[in-house]
Ligand binder design. Structure first.
Ligand code: PLP
Length: 375
């Protein structure tokens, strides 16, 4: 009889998996929703408070009629829509169960213990995890200083280009970056690409690109034709408000796509998600409303926070990084006691900051009222 008490499979995990920790969601959201009901302000996950396009919701309802069928394993209809939308060949697109899956797959398919992967300090948390899961060596490049004029705590692209070694297979960039909200413009990306050898995949994660209105910043999708090593990751989770449906995609050279397709789970996107994303992509008017609301509301929220003495970093996203200049854990817990959920950043090494999503106007007001009550 095997002895269940002595059996411990954690010792059997392979080396890469042994180096990982299970995802920590931070808050018990179901419990918090029960406790605070409609009085909750969910500002911790950069979700889009306006919700998805009504056309996307209708398409998802309709797709439920086929839920007994397997979805299209190629996602051909969504890829065709993306191909038309971005004017790129469908053979250059991979669909993911969220872009998170694609960011993981890139490291899994292109790097192993013989390779290194470059990413930035205070860059998106998935990059070091993807690197570790592939068993590759991480090269974490120090961020720009807090005093930097345009991108405080943002990516130091010169230092990142200099950190690339002969064994580097991937550089992960987030533009704009989560959790800092910082960005770099098209010219900076072009200068970076000119410095990095072509056998290094440069992954530009544009999860927040739809929110951008800074002059000089468009999308890396514009540059793909000239740089076969450029990989652009996008998601429907943020501005398109389909976080719960799990749809991401990347645009890359067809040879990169061919490699990723070997590893992709055949039915990684469900049929409801495929239908919702395709409809969301077609609703330009809804996206325009989302963008306009976000820019207006973020500007207002940053000003209201500033009036109360809370400094925020410049942002081109749907969140603000609040820099308290002192340990932020107490404030985070006090807000939580009032049903206001924001994201603590100690896990990122930014213990003096809190990341606050731009919520609905009511949610944002609940945040400000809670801060006033604590003052
Ligand atoms: C939210 C986010 C993603 C997207 O995640 P999904 O898996 O597509 O929901 C990717 N990159 C960054 C930087 C993000 O903040």
């Amino acid at each position: 009889m095997p002895d269940r008490l002595r059996f411990d499979a954690t010792r059997l995990a392979n080396a890469a998996t042994a180096s990982l920790r299970a995802y920590d969601p931070g808050h018990d959201l179901p419990a918090l929703r029960l406790r605070f009901g409609a009085q909750i302000a969910e500002l911790g996950s950069n979700e889009n408070a306006l919700g998805p396009s009504p056309h996307a919701v209708a398409a998802m309802h309709a797709a439920l009629g086929d839920i007994h069928r397997y979805p299209d394993p190629r996602g051909a209809a969504l890829k065709a829509a993306l191909s038309r939308h971005w004017q790129v060949d469908a053979a250059r697109i991979v669909l993911g169960n969220g872009s998170h899956e694609l960011l993981m797959m890139l490291a899994q398919c292109f790097a192993d213990a013989a390779h290194s992967v470059v990413f930035a300090q205070y860059g998106f948390a998935v990059y070091p995890i993807a690197t570790a899961a592939a068993g590759a060596q991480p090269i974490c490049v120090p961020a720009l200083p807090r005093t930097h004029a345009s991108a405080p705590l943002g990516h130091d692209l010169d230092a990142m280009a200099a950190a690339v070694r002969a064994d580097t297979r991937i550089v992960y960039l987030a533009n704009p970056n989560n959790p800092t909200g910082t960005w770099f413009d098209d010219a900076a990306l072009e200068a970076f690409l000119a410095k990095v050898p072509s056998q290094v995949l440069v992954v530009v994660d544009e999860a927040y690109n739809e929110y951008v209105d800074a002059p000089g910043l468009s999308s890396a999708l514009r540059l793909g034709d000239r740089h076969p090593n450029l990989v652009v990751a996008r998601t429907f989770s943020k501005a398109h408000a389909l976080a719960g449906a799990r749809v991401g995609y990347l645009v890359a050279d067809a040879s990169v796509v061919a490699v990723l397709e070997r590893m992709r789970e055949s039915f990684n996107l469900n049929g409801v998600a495929l239908a919702g994303a395709e409809a969301a992509l077609g609703d330009d008017a809804h996206l325009a409303r989302v963008r306009q609301f976000n820019t207006h509301e973020r500007t207002w929220l940053a000003a209201e926070l500033a009036q109360r003495g809370y400094a925020t970093l410049p942002s081109q996203t749907n969140f603000l990084l609040v820099d308290l200049g002192r340990e932020a854990g107490d404030l985070e817990r006090q807000l939580l006691e009032r049903g206001v959920i924001v994201r603590p950043m100690a896990g990122y090494g930014l213990a003096q900051t809190l990341r606050v999503s731009v919520g609905s106007h009511e949610e944002n007001q609940r945040l400000l009222s809670a801060l006033d009550a604590l003052a």
